[in-house]
Design a protein around this ligand. Structure first.
Ligand code: MN
Length: 501
């Protein structure tokens, strides 16, 4: 569903006419080689397209306007091989609507000590050409990512790659569509927010539907389609005996399949890339969608439970960032704690809706009662999540701004088996520890719902938040609560003042 190779970033080199045509030819040749090299890097998942060297304000403005109107272009990589007077960039950069990354590098890795002369110096002067370009970016108060280092270094490519993933998620979010079945779970605050502001700031649109609109599509699903999907379940999962054909609960599995097919048809027909449900409004649906949600998330859809459209859109964004990487992305909730001498831990889960992309084992497909919602027992996949480092992130509407908060955690095996827990789960140690992480999270007003991933990193999220111009707070091994509280106070001022009127 998500193919990052459809996206491209443009490799844009700035120079000027002062050094004569020969130098400019060399600049172009070098830039072409660098663009091709970065384009073939395993770390950079999008195409890198070389663009002719820019030497005038008109050419720069034209390129920025072309980038704005080119759908597949998710951003620009800019670099000043020589000196490029930055007044030339004002007309273009003030028009540019796509994210840009400033690559501060040099064609030559090392100084050729015995050979170096003024010709070499004039050609390889990014050291000050890029400073001039950096000034105008800062003077214009433009969000951009600055990456420093030799262009062939793995670290540089990894940073560029992270940014191209964030830029792809950003492009996907512009005009993204979230289908919201039913409203918010009654009285929950953090899942609410200003949808108009979200569309202005983050680009996606939330469409509200009555559950009846979905039920109509679900009821159109045929028995033959259900037969086929049930066969897929039997192939892919360890299916409980009662649910198998001939088993006494087989009808429930068929009902689960009907809901999946209906939801999928609805989302496809409306070109949605994310959705929400709420267990408080399921009129006409036999079960709370569990299995259906798990499988749709696996296929790249964003999801938020209880009407949580912000988390749904964030899950979708992180699915795009993580495309092609190992690890997975899921909707998640901090559920219950284990205070212990070996480290205080969080057990994360939800009523049903954890994405199988984070499963460590072949999921079990089961049917069990759901103690709330008053509906028939729902079918669901049960598994333990992978172990290893992961990140949980959430976006809240703080009134005058959106805030993203993220926590790096280490997912560990459960201390003991959980034979009676009827849902997929992950157990983790937050960094630096639960005391600090949870205090910081709570001071930040962080939600109980998160988008949880083993492949998305803090760098991806920071880059994405910068593109959106929203606040980003990271809780990791370096976090101290007193400093974190200071940051919250300063940010309150900054985001108020930076908006102007
Ligand atoms: Mn929840």
């Amino acid at each position: 569903m998500i193919d990052l190779k459809q996206n491209e970033v443009w490799f844009v080199t700035g120079s000027q006419h002062l050094y004569g045509p020969k130098t400019l030819e060399q600049v172009a040749e070098h830039s072409r080689e660098m663009a091709a090299y970065l384009g073939s890097s395993a770390q950079i998942p999008v195409r890198v397209v070389f663009k002719p060297v820019l030497t005038s304000a008109e050419a720069i403005r034209d390129l920025c306007l072309e980038a704005n109107s080119t759908k597949n272009c998710v951003g620009l990589i800019t670099w000043m091989h020589t000196f490029s007077p930055a007044k030339m960039w004002i007309a273009g950069l003030t028009q540019l609507k796509k994210p840009f990354l400033h690559l501060h590098t040099q064609y030559n890795r090392e100084i050729p000590w015995a050979e170096i002369d003024m010709n070499f110096m004039n050609l390889n002067q990014a050291a000050h050409g890029d400073r001039e370009f950096g000034f105008i970016g800062s003077r214009l108060r433009l969000n951009r990512k600055v990456v420093v280092g030799f262009w062939k270094d793995e670290e540089v490519q990894s940073s560029i790659g992270a940014w191209t993933r964030a830029a792809s998620a950003w492009a996907d979010s512009q005009g993204g569509k979230v289908a919201r079945f039913g409203d918010n779970m009654r009285d929950v605050a953090v899942t609410e927010g200003d949808k108009v502001e979200a569309q202005i700031r983050l680009g996606y649109d939330v469409y509200g539907y009555g559950v009846g609109d979905l039920v109509k599509v679900v009821n159109r699903v045929t028995d033959a389609e259900i037969d086929q999907l049930v066969n897929q379940y039997l192939d892919e999962y360890d299916v409980a005996a009662a649910l198998r054909p001939g088993g006494e609960r087989n009808t429930s599995l068929r009902e689960g399949a009907r809901i999946e097919l209906g939801l999928r048809n609805f989302l496809q027909a409306g070109n949605f890339n994310a959705f929400t449900t709420t267990f408080e409004d399921l009129h006409g649906l036999a079960q709370l969608p569990g299995l259906a949600v798990q499988r749709l998330m696996r296929d790249g859809y964003g999801f938020g439970a209880e009407g949580d459209w912000k988390t749904s859109a964030l899950v979708r964004a992180m699915k795009v960032m993580a495309a092609g990487l190992k690890g997975g992305v899921s909707f998640m909730e901090d559920y219950t704690y284990h205070f212990s001498a070996s480290g205080d831990k969080v057990l994360g889960a939800h009523m049903l809706e954890i994405c199988e992309s984070i499963a460590s084992n072949k999921p079990k497909l089961e049917i069990l009662p759901l103690s709330i919602g008053g509906k028939a027992d729902p079918v669901r996949l049960i598994f333990d999540a992978n172990t290893g480092p992961a990140i949980g992130a959430s976006i809240m509407d703080m009134g005058q701004r959106f805030r993203m908060v993220a926590n790096i955690v280490d997912v560990v095996p459960t201390d003991e088996p959980l034979p009676k827990l009827p849902v997929a789960r992950a157990l983790w140690l937050p960094r630096p520890n639960l005391k600090t992480a949870a205090a910081a999270w709570i001071y930040a007003g962080g939600a109980h719902h998160t988008s949880f991933s083993y492949s998305v990193t803090a760098e991806h999220l920071q880059d994405f938040a910068d593109m959106a111009g929203i606040e980003f707070l990271l809780i990791d091994e370096n976090t101290r609560v007193d400093e974190f509280k200071d940051k919250l106070r300063w940010n309150d001022l900054y985001y108020q003042l930076s908006k102007g009127l």
